[in-house]
Design a protein around this ligand. Structure first.
Ligand code: SF4
Ligand code: SF4
Length: 498
């Protein structure tokens, strides 16, 4: 069986090759000692661009084929074998023969037709085409979004530092620089290279350098070069200020950087500067121009708060004028500075703004990515036609902190271990990561509120953002404590003395 799905939507499709016969596969080739998946990279160059395929094989022989780290095709063991043979240009009749020798009782015609099916898929994925290579695939069965379990994440955010040349009041990593965990020795440059190699060994095909502000770290280009040399898709999340140095932008491109996301909070300089706590508008804009001129795949991200929500549609028009064709937006994350900021807007207020932004983007033929996973019963991204959006922490995505600690996501500051010190299996199977991955199969055990347990949207919502839920719970607990202590103070005031 083969499953296809867009990683962005975490959907899936299924294509069968000889059925899902894991037991026969094990009987033939035995079980690998390591439970870590194996990552193989196929880098394709075309006259007008490049495509990367990652074939990640799990210990049970099943695999996932990732197309440019955005589309996931899940493969059962037999399909995994055929896919590898096809990607390595083994003639199809030879592949059919190999299949028969490995799986007893498979007829010649069956083996050939299964091989033809997988080879046709691989042929399509490896052909030069302007259109989406995974769209309109036939012979493939859809599986519901987020329904296929993963053996390792698809993406790692690599927070190289928590230092920053901006000071956004709502920043989720604000305060983290002084936290106990971050005060432990940050990794040295050689250790960061080890981190990248380790991520590749674990089978994670996509890394995003982030922070803090990652462009403040000496040797960023070398890290990008190492990641690219390992065949990983590389991205950079930045405030864009250092990209205003054209030579620096060019050096990132030359090192092999695949994509950049620049934070731009508003087209109004005074709003952008207020939201970034620095006189940064000019450099950020210049940086965006340089990134685009260098041919880097560039998008922007904007956090919607009380300061910019009234002109969100004008920001979209401005981005279009800048030459941007894809942009992202998110809402406040309730951690770091976001915990105490008064600038958060409610999802009820967000909904009509998101509809306007969506329409504005459609009119300008732009692609709008809405990042924030919300509780569907309050704001459904599906009803807003923004596509399914679900928290991917500890499951499809992880974050490495500046000292090598591993977080479920970049904003949930509870480590599950350290990438360079602890076995990956312990981290991946930790109670913390497990509680993120069990949200749908065991919502009660994973700490979701009772209203979620039998909710029809649970699979795509997973209860929204855990940080927001814990933030609200804390606020309610604080209020309750305050009220009860106020009541007992009142009680004391009327108590007779002595
Ligand atoms: S899973 Fe929970 S938060 Fe999500 S829509 Fe259902 S009740 Fe709301
Ligand atoms: S817990 Fe999930 S939804 Fe919340 S910030 Fe982290 S990744 Fe996003």
């Amino acid at each position: 069986m083969v499953t296809v799905g867009r990683v962005a939507r975490w959907g899936g499709r299924l294509l069968a090759a000889l059925g899902d016969d894991v037991r026969r596969f094990r009987a033939t080739v035995g079980r690998r000692q390591s439970t870590e998946p194996t990552l193989r990279v196929y880098d394709l160059s075309f006259p007008h661009g490049r495509r990367r395929l990652h074939l990640r094989t799990a210990a049970d022989g099943s695999a996932v084929l990732l197309v440019d780290a955005t589309d996931a095709i899940h493969l059962n063991p037999t399909a995994a074998i055929l896919t590898r043979l096809a990607l390595e240009s083994t003639p199809v009749d030879r592949a059919a023969t190999l299949l028969r020798s490995r799986f007893r009782g498979v007829g010649r015609d069956t083996a050939r037709s299964e091989a033809d099916k997988v080879y046709a898929l691989v042929d399509r994925l490896t052909s030069d085409t302007d259109s989406c290579p995974t769209c309109g695939l036939t012979d493939i069965e859809w599986s519901p979004p987020f329904s296929v379990p993963v053996s390792a994440p698809y993406k790692a955010d690599v927070a190289l530092t928590y230092r920053c040349n901006n000071a956004c009041p709502h920043c989720y990593s604000q305060h983290r620089n002084n936290s106990l965990s971050a005060l432990r020795a940050p990794l040295s440059p050689p250790q960061w290279h080890d981190v990248l190699r380790r991520l590749s060994e674990i089978g994670i095909p996509h890394v995003i350098f982030t922070g803090g502000e990652p462009t403040l770290v000496e040797g960023l280009e070398d890290l990008i070069r190492t990641a690219a040399g390992l065949g990983l898709v590389t991205g950079l999340n930045t405030n864009g200020r250092r990209l205003s140095e054209r030579r620096f932008a060019a050096s990132l491109r030359a090192a092999g950087l695949d994509h950049v996301q620049v934070t731009l909070e508003s087209h109004r300089p005074e709003v952008h500067n207020a939201m970034t706590g620095a006189d940064s508008f000019g450099q950020t804009n210049h940086g965006i121009h340089n990134a685009l001129d260098e041919g880097l795949y560039t998008i922007t991200n904007t956090t919607l708060t009380r300061k910019n929500i009234d002109h969100a549609d004008k920001i979209v028009e401005y981005l279009h004028q800048l030459g941007m064709r894809t942009f992202a937006m998110n809402s406040m994350i309730y951690t770091g500075g976001g915990q105490t900021s008064d600038d958060a807007v409610s999802v009820e207020r967000l909904a009509p703004v998101l509809a306007d932004v969506r329409d504005c983007a459609a009119e300008l033929r732009m692609r709008f990515l809405w990042y924030t996973p919300t509780e569907y019963c309050r704001l459904s991204p599906v009803e807003l036609e923004l596509g399914p959006r679900r928290c991917n922490a500890g499951e499809y995505s992880i974050c490495i902190e500046p000292n090598g600690d591993i977080l479920p996501c970049q904003s949930y500051y509870v480590p599950a271990g350290n990438l360079l010190r602890d076995p990956w299996e312990h981290i991946w199977q930790s109670e913390l990561f497990g509680s993120f991955r069990r949200r749908v199969s065991d919502p009660r055990g994973a700490g979701l509120p009772e209203r979620c347990w039998s909710c029809p949207d649970l699979a795509v919502c997973a209860g929204g953002c855990r940080i927001e839920r814990e933030h609200l719970r804390k606020a309610i607990d604080c209020k309750a404590t305050f009220l009860s202590s106020a009541a007992s103070d009142d009680g004391k005031a009327v108590s007779p003395r002595g």
